[in-house]
Design a protein around this ligand. Structure first.
Ligand code: UDP
Length: 452
């Protein structure tokens, strides 16, 4: 379909943004488009895994050491600052190169908030790929209003109040983060919304059936085309996520899972950014141990504040749980969630993890940390009703134990599992011929081909 046209993609260099952008590149490639990736040298992509794409690296000069000293918001601000000029130079050069297929458009991540300015100057149509859900974006778009009406900054005395402008959210679920510089966060959010609003269209790794209300509201508020074409990772059922993984995935997970009973294991992972204190870490560890369920736990280096890796784990912990626990630094998550031994996913509710869990029909234990994770967890517990929240009153081992047992062995867990299987079916239909995502992708491809 897209033969003879090139699409340039510009992923944001964090794991939860890289995975869906590379998946989108694969999707468009199967539709006949040639693909060029522009990527930063910070968290650089491994081009050898994608011989079918062309890669151009831009120099941002952000080192691991520099990045490790910053909070996420300051890091994002720095990357934005350092990337604008090299990105513009790189794109201008690509546009003036006549030896390749003509470039139809750019697809960028709106976390880069300078891109629209560049593409306006270069007269190139630009789409954005939003790697989170629609409702959290609507909440971002409402930030000026929420600040005006006093919902933001959040005050402890209002946490339980509903936000009627954004059903079904309560104040405590608004997508904020404890940033060193709150203004930098508000600026980032406004930049993300602006990149979306001014683009030729927004591509979502989401699904019409999951976010019907939010999409309808967005259609009213934004006069640009929307393309909910997710879940991206399901376009290629056999594909793994190892090719876009920044950390090495520990394959011992799979041989360990092979030795467990069907649906018996709690898979625990809080994604690539969230971090916990050593006190929280111990409550999780003892809660898992007391639950007596087997667990596969991803403890990324840096997950525990102030520790390199497993130092706070009590000596002999894994021996004491009698072989019921397996700890790794990073897992092949898609393969883990698809494994028959996995019965629940204790997650931070990053959007990718949430979608990946739904697609495999795995009930969730929700422990959101910040921004869209809080919105996604609300969907899981109150809208789709396919999971339970843990740590409502602070993380405590007794609560952890009870929540795990509820989801794994009690009636409530059975009901959740049944709803989750229905949801999984519904979602998996959307990629089939005539399904909502299938149709949205056809629209996107035709839209790109008719740009001039
Ligand atoms: N992931 C993985 N191995 C792990 C943990 C996570 O491959 O041990 C992948 C996961 O499949 C997902 C991504 O990393 O695609 C994390 O994205 P998400 O949006 O869930 O969270 P973030 O890391 O952005 O907070």
């Amino acid at each position: 379909m897209g033969q003879g046209r090139r699409v340039v993609l510009f992923p944001y260099p964090l794991q939860g943004h890289i995975n869906p952008m590379l998946q989108l590149a694969n999707i468009l490639h199967t539709k006949g488009f040639s693909i060029t990736m522009i990527h930063t040298n910070y968290n650089s992509l491994n081009s050898s895994h994608y011989p079918q794409f062309t890669f151009h690296s831009i120099f941002d000069g952000v080192s691991e050491t520099e990045a490790s000293k910053l909070d996420t918001i300051d890091l994002i601000a720095l990357i934005n600052l350092r990337c604008e000029t090299p990105f513009k130079d790189c794109l201008a050069k690509l546009l003036s190169d006549n030896s390749e297929e003509p470039i139809a458009c750019l697809i960028s991540d709106p976390t880069f908030h300078f891109v629209q300015g560049v593409t306006d100057t270069l007269h190139l149509p630009k789409f954005v790929l939003r790697t989170s859900g629609v409702l959290s974006f609507l909440a971002f778009a409402a930030f000026p209003l929420l600040r005006e009406r006093g919902y933001l900054p959040i005050q402890d005395s209002h946490l339980e109040e509903a936000v009627p402008e954004l059903p079904p959210l309560q104040v405590k679920e608004l997508p904020v983060i404890d940033a060193r510089d709150p203004d930098a966060f508000y600026q980032l959010v406004s930049g993300i919304v602006n990149e979306g609003k001014t683009s030729s269209g927004i591509i979502w790794n989401s699904i019409e059936e999951l976010e019907t209300l939010a999409l309808a509201t967005l259609h009213q508020d934004f006069s640009i085309p929307m393309f909910p074409i997710g879940p991206f990772h399901k376009y290629f059922p056999a594909a793994s996520s190892s090719s876009s993984s920044l950390l090495a995935q520990d394959q011992t997970c799979i041989s360990w899972l092979n030795r467990q009973q069907p649906k018996s294991v709690v898979y625990v992972s809080f994604g690539s950014i969230a971090a916990i204190s050593d006190t929280e870490f111990l409550e999780i560890a003892w809660g898992l141990a007391y639950s007596k369920q087997p667990f596969l736990w991803v403890i990324r280096p840096g997950l525990i504040h102030g520790s390199e890796w497993l130092e706070p784990l009590p000596k002999g912990f894994l021996d004491n749980v009698g072989g019921k626990g397996h700890i790794v630094k990073w897992a092949p998550q898609l393969e883990v969630l698809a494994h028959p031994a996995v019965g629940a996913f204790w997650t931070h509710n990053g959007w990718n993890s949430t979608l990946e869990s739904i697609c495999e029909g795995i009930p969730m234990i929700c422990m959101p940390f910040f921004t869209d994770q809080k919105v996604n967890a609300k969907y899981v517990t109150h809208v789709w009703r396919v999971g339970l929240k843990v740590g409502n009153m602070g993380l405590e081992r007794g609560d952890v134990e009870r929540t795990i047992r509820k989801i794994m062995v009690e009636n409530e867990g059975m009901e959740i599992r049944e709803r989750m299987l229905n949801l999984k079916e519904k979602v998996n239909v959307c990629l089939k011929q005539g399904g909502s995502s299938h149709q949205a992708l056809e629209r996107l491809v035709s839209y790109i081909l008719h740009l001039h």
